[in-house]
Design a protein. Sequence first.
Length: 169
Amino acid sequence: MANCCECYPQEISQQACPVCGTPGFKVKHVTVKSLVAGEKASKVKEVNYFLCPNKKCEIVYFSPDDKTYFLKTDLRVRVWLKDDGLDVPLCYCQEVTRKDILEALASGCPVDVKAVMECTGAGRGGNCLYRNPTGRCCHPALEEFIARQKESQRETEAAIGWGVSSGGK
Ligand SMILES: [Zn+2]
């Protein structure tokens, strides 16, 4: 069975990002501590941190308590919420990127979350608190990405009138 991290939804806070004003998600300081790289890591304190979910904003974490913030460039990983790149991981524990998932689908893995987790090993890390920039399990990210692939497959089939998915009976 998948060894899942805390799979509860992101808690949206009243704390607005100091740059873009988007309400942040609460994240634990241990997550921030393990992902901020280099000299800036020493600035991470045991205070409340929030993640700015706005894709266009450069701020990843901010703390109104401490009046500190960390940018995308301060992190040792690329943040899936803020970066549509195919080489960005969705599952950080197993380092499964969007590209890995697309390759699995292209080589016959069914377009289904459970199947993709089996084909790629995604969602089995158990270390999300330290490795995923949201500090949460990657299942919602996987679900969203796979739902999008399913939708584009459905649209293609509808557009050309052919069944793309093989094995249909
Ligand atoms: Zn922001």
